[in-house]
Write a protein that binds this ligand. Structure first.
Ligand code: PLP
Length: 304
């Protein structure tokens, strides 16, 4: 990771190396903290954050779900992210990581009363699953882990604790020689990737599961809009493992992963084993939107 000049923390812009926490930080021990992952792209008119409002709203919703009272408003948090990018003077595309966590001062599981801390870091970041992955597609393993049960955890909250499940699934997939994990829910239907939502194409229809057991992905919502613009029929319904194997195309969506084609799942080649036609089209459309080349979606961009 490339260091940037500043990180914003609890109201101040600190030099990168000075944004530190105490070892008894509550979140570090008990896993209650919420975060976001947002990207900013170098457009022709300069750096622009993609869907800043939606990401910031989701951050505050995540905090609400896990009973963390945030001492900043939506507008204040948006302003901080814009200011931070200005101060860091980035030359390339950027990833933004706001985090709201419980700090030092109280131990024990009852978290009410623990100090709430807020920080935003940002750094220059390229592709998450590799340039080659974006072009040629990746190899995916269906995880032996089920996605966190909605009976016990909150899939709509981007909460720190959820990512143990993601981390273990990702580790397992990589150790087995794959690039990413696809997690099923406890009934065996596709939930999501370790940090992405999932789509397949069958007979010209774009299919993605409802967000019953996944984050409400902002990239997924954008792709659905773009598909509708092209007149592509979209279905939101459950997908089983065997249907994944016989899909014509498959891809992941996420802020980090962008639109990453999937060329193989569990040793089964998907379609012709290359980035599919519809995937190629939607990927190009997505990059047009984030790079400001589609005026219809300029409202999703916040210029720095
Ligand atoms: C578990 C999980 N699912 C899905 C996504 C994709 O969401 P988005 O498109 O809003 O980045 C992410 C990434 O934030 C994630 O961590």
């Amino acid at each position: 990771m490339e260091k940037a000049k500043f990180i914003w923390m609890d109201g101040k812009f600190l030099p990168w190396d000075e944004a530190k926490v105490h070892i008894l930080t509550h979140t570090l021990h008990y896993g209650n903290g919420v975060f976001e992952g947002t990207r900013a792209y170098q457009t022709e008119k300069g750096l622009a954050i993609f869907r800043l409002r939606d990401h910031t709203k989701r951050l505050l919703n995540s905090a609400k779900i896990v009973k963390i009272d945030v001492p900043y408003s939506l507008e204040e948090l948006e302003k901080v992210q814009i200011e931070l990018l200005r101060k860091n003077g980035f030359k390339n595309n950027v990833y933004i990581r706001p985090i709201i966590f419980l700090g030092y001062g109280k131990m024990g599981l009852y978290h009410i009363g623990a100090p709430v801390q807020v920080a935003v870091a940002s750094w220059e970041w390229g592709t998450y699953l590799g340039e080659e992955g974006l072009e040629k597609g990746i190899r995916v393993k269906i995880s032996s882990f089920s996605r966190n049960s909605v009976k016990s955890t909150f899939g709509k909250a981007k909460v720190v604790a959820n990512y143990l499940n993601s981390q273990m699934a990702k580790y397992e997939a990589i150790e087995a020689g794959y690039e990413e994990a696809l997690l099923l829910d406890e009934e065996g239907f596709v939930a999501e990737g370790s940090g992405e939502c999932f789509f397949i194409v069958r007979d010209g229809v774009l299919i993605t599961p409802p967000n019953d057991n996944s984050l409400e992905s902002i990239t997924q919502a954008t792709v659905i809009e773009l598909a509708k613009d092209r007149g592509i029929p979209v279905e939101r319904r459950r997908i089983t493992r065997d249907e994944v194997y016989i899909a014509d195309e498959a891809f992941f969506t996420g802020t980090a992963a962008e639109i990453t084609p999937i060329r193989e799942v569990d040793g089964r080649v998907i379609g012709n084993g290359k980035r599919g036609e519809m995937t190629t089209q939607l990927q190009a459309d997505y990059f047009d939107v984030v790079y400001g080349r589609n005026p219809k979606y300029h409202h999703y961009l916040t210029f720095i």
